[in-house]
Structure formats: C-alpha cells, structure tokens
Write a protein that binds this ligand. Structure first.
Ligand SMILES: [Zn+2]
Ligand SMILES: [Zn+2]
Ligand SMILES: [Zn+2]
Length: 884
C-alpha cells in the first residue's frame, strides 16, 4: 500500500460552476463526457497523474529486485567461491502458472541458496538444522507484522469529519474502513468519541471483505449527447428516498454543518459513488433496463451531488424542523459571541448541540425501549397519562439512570437561554428576537424527540398486527401519494406547473402466505377528478376489500394502518368502519395511526417506483394527461411488481353524506372495534388498557359513500414476492442499507430492502456507546446476579462512572412525549394567500422560497404558526422537486 492518499486539490470555483449547470432543465445534456482523472486508492501525489504513478511504482520495484539479486549473487558467489551460478531472475508470476521447467529452476536455486546459508549458520550440522526448520511452523505463513499505514494528521481529521457528516451508517462504515486497520481501538475511540467496538469490528471486516474501495472502471468514452431517457432514469433512482445515499461525497468539496468547507479525500470520492453505481446497476438488472456507462454515471453523480442532497430533505418535516432548529440555536450562539459572549463557551456549547443533533439522527431510537430505567427512553413512562389509569402503564422499576446524551441537550439549551438573558449583553430588542428564535427552536427540538419516541411505539402496532396475521386476516396500509401532475413529452416547465395535480390513493395489502412468509400487494386507484376526503377513503377501502375478498374468500378480518391525515383520522371514517366490514364481509379489527410523518413507508416506496415508471414512459415520447393514460403508463413494460391499478370515479351522491361528530377523535391514535358500537381507544399503542367509547348511531351499510370503477384492476400478479422476515444480516458487502436510524440491516437488492422495510423488523445497533449504555449493561448484570442487590449496584455504578445515577436533580415528567393536539389551528385567509403565492412563485421560477426569510417577513405578528407554515411551504417545495 502506498502512502496515504492526498486530498485531490480542486478549486471551489470549478465545483460551484458544475453545480450550477444542473439547475438548468437541459443539464443532463450539458455534461460533457470527457474522461475524468483516474482515481485509484493509492493516489501518490496531487501533481502527477495516477496512471504514471502506477507505472513508476512497478519500475521502482523491478529495480529494487535487481539490486537484491545482485547482492545475493555476490554473497553466494563469494561464499561458494564461484561454484554456484548466479540467480538470473526473480519469480513474479504466480507459482501455479509457471511451467515445470521454470519451477525446477527456481527450486534448484532455492536449494542452493539455503544450503549455502546453512553452511554459514551451522557449519557441519546442515542436516540437523534442516530437520529443525521443516518441523517448525512455516515462517512465511506467520502473521505479517500489522501493516499500518501512516496517515497524516490532516487527512485523518478530514476523514473523521466526513464520517461525522455522513447520513447513512453504511457510508460511515466505508469511511471508517479506510483507516480502521491503521489505528488501535483506543485510538479510534479517541478520534471518534464513543464509537462502539462493534462498529469498529464491522468496519475492519468490511475492509478485509470488500477492500477499502474500488476505482471506477476505465471504459471508452464517446463524446455524444446523453440519452435523456437513461439520464432521467438514473436521476430518478438517485432521488428515491429509501435509497437515499450520501450523494454529496461525489463532489470534491463538502460544506459541513458548521459552514466550513473541506476537500473530500480521493478515497471517499471514489467509494461512495461506486457503491451508488453498483446499486444502480443491480437495480437496472432487476428492472431489465440498460443503464448508461458507469463512467458517465460517475460524472452525473459528481455534477448533481450537492443539489440532490438538499432536495431530499423534507420528507419528514418534524425531523427536518428539529434538525434545522439545532442549527438555528447554533446561529443564536454565534450572534451571542458577536455581542461579547466568550468564544470558548460558544465552542463547547456548539459542539454539544451538534452531538445532540447527531444523537437524535442515530442512536436515540435505539435507546428507546418499552421499559427502561431512564425516563428519557422509557416508552411506558413517556406516554403514560398522569392520573388516568386506563391510559397509563405503571413501571415496576424506577427511572434513576440518566442518559448523559439526553442531559447534554437539555443543559446546552438552558445555557444558551441563560446567556441570552444575561444582563448587559444584548439590547432589549435584540434579546427579544433571539428569545423568539430560541423558543421556537427548542420547542422544535423537543417535538422531534417526542416524535421519535412515539414513532418507535406506533411502529410496534404494525409489528403486533403482522405477528397476529393468519390465513383469515390481512393488514392494510393506506396512504396518499403526492399529487402527480400531467406530463407531456417535451413539455415546457412553466406549462407543467400551471396545472392541477392528481392524487393517488395507495392501499398496500399484506397477507400471510405459506411458511410464514408475507405477501404485499398494492392497489392504486386513479381518479380524473375527486376530493381527497373521508368519503373517498371510505369508498376506496370498500373497493379494496371487495377485490381482495373476491380473490381470497377465506379473508374475514383486517387491521388498518394509516398516517394522520384528516381524511383518515376523522370521526366519519372511523365510525363507518363497522358498516364497511358488514358490507364487504371483512370486518375491521383495529385501526392504528402512525405518528405524523412517520410510517408511511410502504406506500412511499411504491410511489417512488411508480413515478420512475411514468417518467420513463413519458421519455419514450408518450403523453400522460388523463387517469387512463396513467394506468397505461404504470402497466407499461410489464407493470410494477405487486402493483395493480384501477381508474375510478366517486359517485355523485357522496356529497350528501352527513358528517358524524366525535369530539377529540384526533387525540386517539389506536382504535379497536370490540362490538358494532363499542370502540376501545388509546392515545399511544399498548399504553394502558384503553378507554371504551360507545357510539349508538353508526351509519347503515347503504349510506356508505361509493365509487364506480371504469377500468378495473389488472389480474393478480403471480405472487413472486414471498417475503421472509429474517432481519437481514449486517453483511458489510451488501449494497442496500436500511435508512431507519440505528438499523444496520443491509441487502443485496433494492427489492430485498423494500421487503425488509415493508414487513421486517429493524436490527438496531448503537453507533456510539456512552456512559449510559455501560451503566445499563452493568445494571442488567447486577440485578440478575445474586451477590448484588439493586441498591448496591446503583451505588457502585455511581461511584465508578461519576454520573449521577440516583437522585439526579433533573426531572423528567411522566407523559412527556404525549402528542398535544392543537385545536383549530386554521390559517387566516390572508396568510393562506400569501403562502400560496410564495409557493407558486417558487414553483414557476424554480427558485425555492427560503423558509427563514419568509418567516421573517411574516414575523410582524410574531406568530409561531406562521413560521411553521413558511417552513412547510419550503418543505413541500422540496417534495415537489423530488418527482419532477
Ligand atoms: Zn419505565
Ligand atoms: Zn438518551
Ligand atoms: Zn431496518
């Protein structure tokens, strides 16, 4: 291995130029296919080209061999007084490949040289020496002394920074694998504080299994215009949220959270794009699509890297807002420093805040458990309603362990608050402005935390339903696709945005097949015109149940799952479910809602591949303007595996359906239908026995809203996708990794990853271990051990760790993570018009609204909702970009 790779020097100017190219709609054709500099792992120096360097390595080595032979020949000639002929060449061809004659020559020379050497070492005892030697373990198979590469300090620091910025564990693992073998575990944990041993082992395994990165293959390049269909196909792949990768690493420089720009070492610039290309070529093989040459793909990644990364955010606005809030607090700290706060103080606080953000993005969900001795992690505690026995679980443990990573977030926030309020630092006006930002940001941070915990819990509802599935039951996940706009081949961008979109309701039906495997089938209804409301959902659900029941008569029960959208989470729909059950012969057992923005997984993924499919069809010179066109597009090229499409109209009469009322229905997230009239409800899945609500006046079956199917679902596809729930090993060479924070499952195909996310269980491992983890482990040992009582254990733990285990002054409130339902948060018409305006302006000009700026413009009334709304606009524009 050569010296450590040097960062490839590139001017910032050329990168920004490349990035700006892609924002034009013609971008794909502009990329010229000039060969890019070959990047090999053993890059020698930035001044010579790598090709030359490789040749010169070989020349050097040959020269060295020649020198060695000369030295040996001189010595042997001298000792034997010229009786032995000189060695003419060194063997560089593998032993199995050389001829018998050559072998004999090298064996003979070896014998002569060894005999000569032995006669010097032990004159007269050559045969004893030989016997001793052949009985000893072969010296040439001994462990080679650890071949540690010497990294220069700066390169390692850059690698560590890149590691910390990476979005997926797999990229982090790949980056770590570059230098994991060159440092001891202790040294690595010093470089990356808290890094768990498990992760180090994985990274080392990765380095030895797959090698620390392969260079992109050299292929002939022809200077032609890029094929737009193929380019588009690849770009669509890059924007699939569940395949989200650290695309930014394709660039030569990377902007860190802190605003600092670092040059990405060549080693990283090669490994990540090549993984993406490998993934893509696997994906193309399974979709029977001929991709562009690798080299061109590499170039595309490089050109569009920075931009893609940005537009992928905003899929879950609670998390995005939370992450942005951490950044906002950091900028509050910056302006405090400008007004005289100490720079050292700022450095420490900023570091803690960054760590906090990283914690929520990685390990927090892994820490969250149904029962835990830390109040910040105990689901039962966090979601129990104080004073309401039916909606609470009594923990039979106390919450006496504190997690220092949770505490650190609290403490850094309160430090910032104290500094804002410090006498004489800020003017009153400035103070109130920073206070405002601080308060909204800190509330966004805590919303994120609660959201993460609730999401873990509501996911358990899905797991529990899957476990209960049998031949008579199914789980239906319902969701709404983003609006899809009609597409004309060669359409002007402005025309494209001026139109009204079409919504796709997607219902994924999961059933249990043979041998404990699951089948997933997706039913999509496309309408030319309709309202996205409860009556449509009610009609769609009936249609799905009827279709499924007619094909599988033994089906009698279903579990429902959907997100929090108003058309699902409302009284009229929920109260109609018993009647729908009666009418279709399939009764609804439960209806569970995922936490807002979480758990729409299945449908989102199907929608992503549907959009790609439609784009491909349009690029083949078709127009997709009506629902019928869309069905044709989706069924082109053999359709999409497991997806069935119907065109439908809602019936006119649906308008007259009166809305049922249920005060506070939004605050319940889990519904179980016990009888036609009794519904058992929970705020959080499994927390408490629940409350029973009685509704005597439910709609009759003939009152239900219905729809007319004008083009029916295609026939059921052969159930090729039997899915096993095996957790998917954390094999480091697997290409597709699960995007769930903390989950380390990885798979060899995009489909297998999809299966894992549809019905599998996540396999969570910590990224970093903290004192909390050690205490918890020791607790577990201590309480199961006979020698120690719990009291003893906590005492000794406290002494050892120096962290307050018992009697911490920090109070975590029971029920802290319960979602508060804000009533009647309606926007004023004026505000609505204003926001719509901004959205449209952004959509037509392609220039996205800057949420912060919009919020500032709207701040006269200082309304928090205004800020939230402004951010939503910016995020939905990001959504918009996704499927363009
Ligand atoms: Zn507890
Ligand atoms: Zn914690
Ligand atoms: Zn997973």
């Amino acid at each position: 291995m050569g010296p450590p790779s040097q960062p490839v020097q590139m001017s910032v100017a050329s990168t920004s130029k490349a990035t700006s190219q892609v924002s034009s709609s013609e971008s794909s054709s502009i990329i010229s296919e000039t060969p890019i500099a070959e990047i090999t792992f053993e890059s020698q120096s930035s001044s010579t080209s790598e090709g030359e360097a490789n040749i010169s390595t070989w020349v050097d080595e040959q020269h060295q061999q020649e020198q060695n032979r000369k030295a040996l020949n001189v010595a042997v000639d001298h000792i034997t007084e010229g009786r032995i002929s000189p060695l003419r060449s060194s063997l560089n061809t593998p032993w199995e490949e050389v001829t018998e004659r050559q072998r004999n020559y090298y064996l003979k020379k070896t014998r002569e040289v060894i005999a000569t050497t032995m006669s010097v070492i032990a004159p007269g005892q050559e045969s004893d020496l030989w016997r001793g030697l052949v009985q000893a373990p072969p010296f040439y198979e001994e462990e080679p002394a650890a071949k540690k590469k010497m990294w220069d300090q700066q390169t390692v620091q850059t690698l560590v920074k890149a590691y910390q910025e990476a979005d997926t564990w797999q990229t982090r693992q790949q980056i770590l694998s570059l230098f994991a073998d060159d440092y001891t575990k202790d040294e690595l944990q010093e470089l990356i504080p808290g890094l768990s041993k498990w992760r180090i082992d994985q990274a080392r395994a990765h380095a030895s299994e797959s090698g620390p990165g392969k260079p992109v293959q050299q292929q002939p390049i022809y200077r032609t215009r890029l094929n737009p269909v193929k380019t588009d196909h690849f770009l669509a792949f890059l924007t699939q949220p569940h395949l989200l990768q650290d695309v930014a690493y394709g660039t030569k420089t990377m902007k860190l959270d802190s605003g600092e720009v670092i040059t990405i070492p060549a080693a990283i610039r090669t490994i990540i794009p090549s993984r993406i290309i490998q993934q893509y070529s696997q994906y193309c093989t399974s979709a029977n699509f001929q991709p562009l040459p690798d080299r061109t793909l590499f170039k595309i990644i490089e050109v569009c890297a920075a931009r893609q990364q940005k537009s992928l955010q905003g899929l879950d606005y609670i998390s995005t807002e939370g992450a942005e809030a951490f950044d906002a607090i950091c900028s509050v700290v910056d302006s405090l420093v400008q007004n005289g706060a100490s720079a050292d103080w700022a450095k420490t606080v900023t570091h803690k805040l960054k760590e906090g953000k990283r914690y929520f993005q990685t390990d927090y969900k892994t820490h969250v458990k149904l029962e835990d001795r830390c109040g910040d992690h105990c689901i039962a505690f966090a979601l129990s309603e104080k004073g309401k026995e039916t909606l609470a679980v009594k923990c039979n443990h106390s919450h006496e362990i504190t997690c220092e990573r949770c505490v650190e977030i609290d403490s850094s926030l309160s430090e910032v608050q104290k500094m804002i309020e410090k006498e004489g630092l800020l003017t009153e006006e400035h103070k109130s402005r920073l206070c405002f930002t601080f308060e909204q940001s800190s509330s966004a941070i805590y919303s994120w935390k609660s959201h993460l915990l609730r999401a873990v819990n509501q996911d358990l509802a899905k797991q529990s339903a899957l476990q209960q599935l049998d031949k008579q039951s199914a789980l239906i996940v319902m969701d709404w696709a983003m609006k899809f706009l009609p597409l004309k081949y060669r359409e002007q961008m402005t025309d494209f945005f001026g139109k009204r979109g079409r919504s796709w309701p997607v219902s994924s039906v999961i059933t249990k097949g043979d041998e404990g495997k699951f089948d997933v089938e997706c039913f999509v209804h496309i309408f030319n015109n309709f309202r996205q409301d409860w009556s449509a959902v009610c009609a769609i659900l009936q249609s799905v149940l009827q279709t499924v029941k007619s094909e599988n008569p033994s089906l009698t029960k279903v579990f429902l799952r959907s997100d929090n959208a108003g058309c699902y989470h409302c009284a009229p729909l929920i109260l109609s479910l018993p009647a729908i059950g009666k009418k279709s012969g399939v009764s609804v057992l439960r209806s569970d809602f995922s936490d807002p923005q979480a758990g729409k997984d299945i449908c989102d993924r199907k929608i992503a591949s549907m959009k790609t499919h439609i784009r491909r069809y349009v690029n083949e010179k078709h127009d997709v303007l009506t629902a019928e066109d869309m069905k044709e597009a989706l069924e082109s090229h053999g359709g999409i595996k497991g997806c069935r499409i119907a065109v439908a109209q809602t019936d006119e009469a649906n308008k007259e359906h009166a809305r049922q009322k249920w005060e506070g229905v939004k605050s319940w997230n889990n519904f179980m239908f016990e009888t036609d009239e009794d519904i058992r409800v929970w705020r959080a899945f499994g927390v408490g026995v629940g409350e029973v609500v009685n509704f005597a006046t439910v709609p009759q079956t003939h009152d239900l809203p219905t729809l007319t199917i004008s083009a029916p679902f295609g026939p059921p596809q052969s159930r090729a996708s039997h899915i096993t729930t095996s957790a998917g090993g954390a094999t480091s060479s697997a290409l597709f990794c699960c995007p769930e924070p903390g989950c380390v499952a990885a798979f060899n195909s995009a489909n297998k990853l999809g299966d894992h996310m549809d019905v599998g269980e996540h396999h969570k491992e910590l990224e970093r271990e903290s004192t909390y983890d050690r205490i918890r482990k020791q607790w577990a040992q201590a309480v199961t051990g006979i020698a120690h009582g719990p009291g003893l254990a906590s005492q000794s733990l406290e002494e050892e760790s120096g962290v307050g285990v018992v009697g911490s002054s920090r109070v975590v409130n029971e029920g802290w993570a319960i979602r508060t339902v804000k009533g009647g948060q309606r926007m004023s018409d004026k505000m609505k018009t204003y926001l719509t305006d901004i959205f449209n302006r952004g959509a037509t000009s392609g220039q996205k609204a800057d949420a912060v700026q919009v919020a500032q413009e709207m701040q006269q009334g200082s309304r928090w909702e205004a800020v939230v709304s402004a951010k939503r606009v910016a995020h939905s524009q990001a959504d918009y970009e996704l499927f363009r």
